[in-house]
Design a binder for this molecule. Structure first.
Ligand code: SAH
Ligand code: SF4
Ligand code: F3S
Length: 489
């Protein structure tokens, strides 16, 4: 069930969230002697990291290949968010190991969140890989490959408080040449009790805004027309040219001392100013931190897309408290009301929902459904709770909701979302939408596919238009997932 939903996400939404997606490397031949194959799982931040990894490896004599059989080095950039995500990677590693039997020189490395969570275990106990490299240690990759090639233990799972890879220009993989992702921060300082990310990604740190703007400008110059700014909690983005240290900044703030700080609203504005022709998106917004200042900045710039991914997780305040989300249902509703007041009904809102969290009652589950009815999400990523070792919830609460009940509640959430998505999409019928063309539709070469400002996929006959164009499309049909229309001359 979860899988099916995720497949839909991949097809239609260009997810910025955690699905168990696979993205593999592209073929790139610039005459380098060695070949790298990289496969990525998890969230967009992980995919963005794979582009940094590729850049580092390229500097060190590697071209990418899309066929792992011809690779000297195989990397799996992994995700730990749910048990299923890790199982998928284990199956894949078994497959690679079977191939390695006939190709003993091939080096297999596990990167990303599973590497960080399991550390040496995959190498020493399970003997599944030659290298284990956590998300903050990618600069060390070329050296670690050499270590592994010498038959030595190649492990680096050191988590940094500073690393943002700000100076590394990512090699775009799987790109449509129109939209790209830019990481603006790393790590997470929230401690949502269900979540493994703070353990696998370490402390939150923001990236130099000047390097973010430079990357956006460079992408624009290369023909890209949309950037998505990525962070686990973009609203807590904070940078000071004086000293970029969160603890230092907070101390100053507490004392009421003035420091010139770039916050997320400022950063959004800086990126929006690169060009009115460059669309700016962002993900993820945390309900506890999203400010009216951000909403007003969105309103001021036509090119900042009117779409907010605002994961609620649950619609019940007691469950939210157990989840350690640090907001209540009422607070969340207040933020949604602010979005509607400032940006209007057209602004797209999406969510992540977890069904069957520890001790959740049937009534509390119903609160999630009624919240969905209140907000009218255009779209949601929906999961059932999967206990992750080492998290606060795993330590404090019993995972006591039977799998069958979790699945039943998840299905109810999915059914509700389907109903609301269709209802929301029907409101778009008969209206003209400005669409940025991303490429041909997956269903037919005769059709183009793009997105409107609210992040909805719009499909229409291609006519004389081309990828990267903005077109006005009159929408005349829809499903729960997609809008269909006709481009206007
Ligand atoms: N930083 C983002 C979320 C990143 S993880 C935020 O705070 O919203 C993406 C989503 O995966 C989460 O929003 C949550 O819905 C889901 N998720 C995380 N841990 C999970 C778990 N243990 N079981 C089920 N779903 C989980
Ligand atoms: Fe996980 Fe919460 Fe951080 Fe999101 S904000 S990454 S859910 S700990
Ligand atoms: Fe992303 Fe999965 Fe890690 S969601 S941060 S790759 S645990």
């Amino acid at each position: 069930m979860e899988n099916l939903i995720n497949d839909i996400d991949i097809l239609d939404r260009n997810s910025t969230e955690a699905t168990e997606t696979v993205k593999t490397s592209k073929e790139e031949n610039t005459g380098k002697t060695k070949k790298l194959y990289i496969e990525s799982y998890g969230c967009q931040m992980n995919f963005a990291d794979s582009e940094i990894v590729t850049a580092i490896m390229k500097e060190n004599g590697y071209d990418t290949t899309s066929e792992f059989e011809s690779a000297d080095v195989v990397f799996l950039n992994t995700c730990s968010i749910r048990e299923k995500a890790e199982q998928t990677v284990r199956n894949r590693l078994n497959h690679f190991n079977a191939i390695k039997k006939n190709k003993p020189d091939m080096t297999i490395g596990v990167l990303g969140c599973m590497a960080e969570r399991l550390k040496e275990q995959l190498l020493e106990e399970e003997k599944m890989v030659d290298m284990v490299v956590g998300p903050d240690a990618y600069r060390d990759l070329p050296k670690l490959v050499e270590t592994a090639e010498d038959g030595l233990k190649a492990v680096n799972t050191f988590l940094s408080r500073e690393e943002t890879y700000a100076d590394i220009s990512p090699v775009r993989l799987n790109s449509n040449g129109v939209s790209a992702f830019i990481s603006i921060m790393r790590g997470c300082d929230n401690m949502c009790s269900f979540c493994v990310v703070p353990f696998t990604r370490g402390r939150e740190r923001s990236r130099d805004p000047h390097s973010v703007v430079a990357e956006a400008q460079d992408l624009f110059n290369k023909g890209y027309r949309e950037v998505t700014l990525l962070g686990q909690n973009v609203d807590s983005y904070k940078w000071s040219d004086e000293e970029n240290n969160k603890a230092w900044l907070e101390k100053k703030e507490k004392k009421g001392e003035e420091v010139a700080v770039v916050n997320f609203a400022h950063l959004l504005e800086m990126v929006a100013k690169v060009s009115p022709e460059l669309r700016v998106r962002f993900s993820t917004s945390h309900p506890k931190d999203i400010t009216d200042e951000v909403l007003h900045t969105m309103k001021r710039y036509e090119n900042i897309c009117k779409y907010i991914h605002l994961p609620a997780q649950s619609g019940n305040s007691r469950v939210l408290d157990l989840m350690n989300r640090t907001y209540s249902r009422e607070w969340y509703i207040n933020r949604v009301d602010a979005i509607r007041d400032i940006l209007g009904e057209e602004c797209g809102i999406s969510s992540d929902m977890i069904a069957g969290f520890c001790t959740e009652t049937e009534e509390e589950h119903k609160d999630t459904i009624t919240l969905m009815d209140y907000v009218k999400y255009d779209f949601s990523y929906m999961f059932f709770y999967s206990e992750r070792p080492g998290t606060l919830a795993a330590k404090k609460y019993e995972d006591d909701i039977p799998l069958e009940t979790k699945k039943k509640r998840l299905q109810e959430i999915i059914d509700k979302q389907q109903e609301i998505s269709l209802e929301r999409n029907k409101l778009d019928l008969g209206k003209v939408h400005k669409v940025l063309i991303e490429g041909t539709s997956k269903r037919s070469d005769e059709q183009f596919q793009g997105r409107n400002t609210a992040n909805k996929v719009v499909i229409f006959p291609r006519q004389h238009f081309k990828k990267g164009d903005y077109v006005n499309v009159l929408v005349n049909d829809c499903t729960a997932a997609t809008l269909f229309g006709e481009a206007q001359a």
